[in-house]
Design a protein around this ligand. Sequence first.
Ligand code: FAD
Length: 371
Amino acid sequence: MRGHAEVAGGGFAGLTVAIALVQRGWTVRVHERSSGAQADGAGIFLWENGLRALRALGLELTELVGAHEASYWEERDETGRLIGRRELPLPRGIRMVTLARRDLHRALIDVAREAVVSVLTNSAAVGADPDGTLLLANGESLGADVVIGADGIHSAVRDSLGLLDRHELFEPYRIFRFLTSLDRAPGRDGEWRNYVDHWNLAAHRRVLYVPCNERDLYLMLAARADDAEAVSQPLSAEVWCESFPRLEPVLAELPKRPHVDRYEAARVRRWSSGRVAIVGDAAHAMPPTIGQGAGTAMINAVSLASALSSCERVEDALAEWEAAERPETEVTQRASIDRLETLFPRPGERRDSWEARPLRAAGRAVAPSNP
Ligand code: FAD
């Protein structure tokens, strides 16, 4: 079928489903709560599944934005000693690239506008009705053939329909993310071009070092929530440099207001209610331990558009879509949660091979296209 969709949330999931639907002959309006097209959160890893989702929209990522593809994923202890090295691309040619979130977001916004998706900013959803009505904070009720809640981990659309089972917070870590200049890195070759997970095993602190393009370096710092020295804000460059002396050039100046996160997940009862679907973090937010949140969201967004376009009844399409995508999504979410247990290397542990479940998630195919 073809029809009209109202989408809450202009993040990766919302824009992906909107573009995919328009390409299949639908009209779509996206409601984004914030005032601009800024994607928070510094950098992002996009694995093969995310790249496939973009390709299904007709986008070749590296033609759109600056991105980086390292030759190795390395892990080092606080002295710089290598404790693991894995080659990229991964087995079976599975690629992993990194980029600044704002670049990916801007590329999707540009394509959405070109495809004539209407994207309204400062337009917050407060809920939805299963009959296919999106309810906005300004009091408007908008009817559609399908309403899609792509409004993130705290989805108002999902919660208004009682679809949330539980929201889980996994202590004890605090995560700080920011972009800095790649010019600060001690080198531009060898190790300094790779993705490197630095572990201070004694202090239980972590710095993930991620070049994103020719200018942006994404750093993710993590420490236990009760490690007051490391997590008190403003972050202390002195404390972090002491734990990671080799990274002093990039840690010497820390941002006043980094993006702060915790490891969390959303578990839901169902992915739809009547003519309303939830997609992306709204349906399956997961800890970023295996870098699969956005890739999974985008794959599921493309297949949602595909299912909607190939069925005559919206409710049937949503049921088929959930049956097809949810089992694999839950394997991925489970893997991201289980990974928390073994996140920090044990003394003497080597990390030279990829785990099976992230590979399985990254190798997920896009649902066949039904234009
Ligand atoms: P979001 O990105 O949250 O987008 C939701 C959008 O909806 C936002 O624009 C928001 O402003 C808007 N919105 C919210 N409420 C409303 C409302 N009521 N009305 C209208 N609009 C609303 N994933 C990866 O694949 N690779 C990574 O490397 C990676 N790293 C991560 C690191 C950290 C520390 C964290 C926390 C997550 C990471 N993720 C990663 C996960 C990834 O960020 C998410 O899975 C992804 O952003 C989900 O996209 P989404 O569009 O579903 O939700």
